[in-house]
Design a protein around this ligand. Structure first.
Ligand SMILES: Nc1ncnc2c1ncn2[C@@H]1O[C@H](COP(=O)(O)OP(=O)(O)O)[C@@H](O)[C@H]1O
Ligand SMILES: [Mg+2]
Length: 418
């Protein structure tokens, strides 16, 4: 059997999908124009354009891309919830899907009834579902609510039930959308662990998320969708690197694109005593944030270089007032050698749910002495500036220095300015 026809494989070939740009019902004008043979005035948005995907059984693929790039639409097409306008989709095996908080969950049925109903849809017998039922209830933390109608569940409870059903009924293919963001951090962590387990049992995983770290930890391969087009496809690390650089290029427009309850309006790195940020010198990060409502958040600022994970992060709990807020963070001693970096930031509530998604804010150009290259064949993980003084004594072979050889430390503790 070829890899693309094995149980658990997912293939999408030249998939196109469009939606009406104005998803309203046809108006009188449209009806009259059509009757007069003038054609309809309908405008269409192509949401997926010529998307190709070949996922062999047991593989794990992350779908990444900005809001509106077509990730959920692709997952819905694979789940059979919606049809493509053109192209072929071949999904082999039982599909467990968490594609929207409510997808596949019937509001009038209880949690218990939903579990059995979904099991039947997946082709499991009553006994097979019953054997997994307690695990599902435990995982979803719904022991008190399992016999209540789902319409009385909070969105968090619905999501927990949806995930537990999808992930515990042993599907051949598991499709998970970033719906997980509504859960708290503890639950998200358990979902990640469950997905890893399910993968280890040979299930195929397609996972949509904004969270690059979870995509990196779960998925062997990734697909980057940009406005319905596949921008990149390949090993996760490579695709994430390209995505990160792409995001940084868009940084100026990102706040609007992300449309989060807390938005970054402006960011500036203001050096205290020079014209531009300098290695080992003080610098103040000045942020202007718009909050939709009063909110207590952990504001986190990180600095990355190119595609790397952040070199360091600075986090501070703050109370933001509805409307514009200015936040200043003074770094005493910028621990970065000369070069171009990128400042990222995000804001999270006490449960870790993002109020402002982790996103690039602005480039950061640091002046300073040139970097010292490491010896040939030695790779540096990420650049930091460590100030050090060296002494040698003549005549003594290897000199144990009377001074500590490193008197610098990477100090990433912010001192916010009130
Ligand atoms: N049912 C729908 N009717 C009209 N437009 C839709 C519908 N579903 C999604 N879209 C549009 O399709 C685009 C892609 O949406 P989506 O697949 O949800 O993106 P993502 O999951 O990457 O954020 C968006 O512009 C969205 O507004
Ligand atoms: Mg989506």
């Amino acid at each position: 059997m070829s890899p693309s026809t094995q149980t658990g494989s997912v293939t999408a070939t030249r998939v196109w999908k469009r939606y009406r740009a104005d998803s309203h019902r046809p108006g009188m004008r449209d009806v009259v124009r059509k009757a007069l043979g003038r054609g309809s005035s309908t405008r269409w948005n192509w949401v997926l354009r010529d998307v190709n995907l070949e996922v062999p059984a047991g593989d794990s693929v992350g779908l990444i891309g900005l809001n509106g790039s077509g990730k959920s639409t692709l997952l819905k097409i694979l789940a059979g919830v919606t049809q493509p306008n053109a192209g072929l989709v071949d999904v082999r095996g039982r599909v467990g899907a968490l594609i929207e908080v409510r997808a596949g969950i019937h509001p009038d049925l209880t949690g218990r009834e939903n579990t059995f109903f979904y099991g039947t849809v997946l082709g499991l017998t009553r006994q097979e579902v019953a054997a997994r039922f307690d695990q599902i209830v435990d995982f979803a933390e719904l022991s008190d609510a399992i016999d209540r109608q789902v319409k009385f569940y909070s969105s968090g409870m619905q999501m927990r039930l949806g995930f537990a059903i999808a992930a515990f009924l042993e599907p051949d293919i598991l499709l998970v959308d970033e719906a997980l963001a509504v859960g708290d951090v503890g639950f998200q962590q358990r979902c990640l662990e469950r997905m890893k387990y399910v993968l280890s049992q040979g299930t195929t995983l397609l996972y949509v998320s904004h969270d690059m770290a979870s995509v990196e930890s779960l998925c062997r391969r990734a697909v980057w969708l940009d406005d319905g087009i596949m921008r990149a496809e390949g090993p996760t690390v490579d695709v994430l690197a390209g995505y990160r650089v792409g995001l940084e290029k868009k940084a100026a427009r990102l706040a609007e694109l992300l449309d989060d309850p807390v938005r970054l309006r402006s960011f500036e790195a203001v050096p205290s005593d020079s014209s531009s940020p300098e290695t080992g010198r003080p610098v103040t990060f000045v942020l202007s944030l718009d909050a939709q409502l009063d909110a207590e958040v952990d504001l986190c600022i990180g600095v990355s270089e190119g595609p790397a994970q952040p070199i360091f992060t600075l986090t501070r709990r703050l109370t933001l007032r509805s409307g514009p807020n200015e936040v200043r963070c003074l770094v005493d001693n910028l621990p970065l050698p000369w070069g171009r970096y990128y400042v990222w930031m995000g804001a999270f509530d006490e449960r870790g749910t993002s109020r402002m998604r982790w996103h690039p804010a602005a480039p950061l150009d640091v002046q300073g002495p040139p970097r010292q290259p490491p010896p040939r064949g030695v790779m540096l993980l990420s650049p930091v500036h460590v100030s050090a003084s060296w002494r040698t004594r003549e005549g003594a072979g290897v000199a144990p220095s009377p001074f500590p050889s490193l008197n610098g430390r990477v100090d990433a503790d912010p001192r916010p300015v009130p």
